[in-house]
Design a protein around this ligand. Structure first.
Ligand SMILES: [Zn+2]
Length: 277
């Protein structure tokens, strides 16, 4: 009984995580939805939001730049939410634009705070002093990862199976080069679950052009969340990138959420079968 009470307290704390750090408008730096979800899958969305906290104004960017892929991953949160509902999975999302600080970068990465994103110069981020840099780390980057950590730690204590799904989207054309894959899968140190998901997606639709470590790979330094919380904990984990144009409309979001729900579960069953042999 004591264990049960402790678990309930832990989960209550978990569902409150992310509320401790807020910006001047009172906005949380991170949101945890469905923290008590029963699914083995946990969905995280690093680039869910294009919100620029009030203290930064418009960061010197035009409205269209603030709506573009340089500020966030359009559609990624919509797919994550539908997937969370379909699977009954917890969802952790950053509420701050990646151009304030990129939550999927190491603290010493040169692109932690972008000054040039594709072809857009972000002059307001140039020559930041140490104090402002630390402010962004303390108020946005650390709380996001702390919330993921709290969630995963609670599940570990409870003996719950966890598979980490890092959800992103990518721009169809980058530096003038078209990207042909509607979906790309990226693995960390352990390829096992990502490989099973690749096979499941291919079985689901043999005509699907699935990018393997496309449009990026771990070597490009874009997999902090996957490696820190997936590989770092010895969990099955994968990073999913969907091309923006696939998920701009609700029908596309639903199509991909349905497909991913089916294929993630199929990949999980494949892995269980392989481990039982
Ligand atoms: Zn992203």
């Amino acid at each position: 009984m004591t264990l049960l009470v402790n678990m309930k307290l832990l989960i209550q704390k978990l569902s409150l995580s992310g509320q401790e750090t807020v910006d001047v408008s009172g906005q949380k730096a991170v949101l945890v939805s469905n923290g008590r979800g029963q699914s083995p899958f946990v969905i995280v969305c690093d680039h869910a939001s294009n919100r620029i906290p009030a203290r930064y104004g418009d960061l010197g960017l035009t409205p269209s730049e603030r709506l573009s892929h340089i500020a966030w991953d359009p559609g990624a949160l919509a797919v994550s939410r539908e997937l969370s509902d379909l699977l009954d999975a917890p969802l952790v999302q950053s509420t701050v634009s990646r151009i304030i600080i990129d939550c999927n970068r190491e603290l010493d990465a040169p692109d932690l705070i972008w000054t040039l994103s594709e072809t857009t110069r972000i002059a307001a981020n140039e020559n930041l002093d140490a104090e402002e840099r630390q402010y962004r780390i303390d108020h946005f980057h650390r709380p996001y990862h702390a919330s993921i950590e709290t969630l995963l730690e609670a599940r570990r204590h409870a003996g719950r199976e966890t598979i980490l799904v890092c959800m992103h989207s990518f721009t169809p054309v980058y530096h003038g080069v078209p990207r042909p894959w509607p979906i790309g899968l990226i693995h960390g140190l352990d390829t096992g679950f990502t490989s099973a998901l690749y096979d499941a997606l291919g079985d689901d639709d043999p005509s699907l052009n699935i990018g393997w470590n496309e449009p990026y790979a771990a070597l490009n330094g874009v997999t902090l969340t996957l490696e820190k919380h997936g590989d770092g904990r010895g969990l099955d984990a994968t990073m999913i990138e969907i091309r923006h144009d696939e998920i701009l409309e609700p029908a596309g979001v639903t199509l991909w959420a349905d497909r991913l729900a089916r294929c993630l579960e199929k990949a999980r069953q494949t892995r269980k079968g392989a481990m039982a042999v």
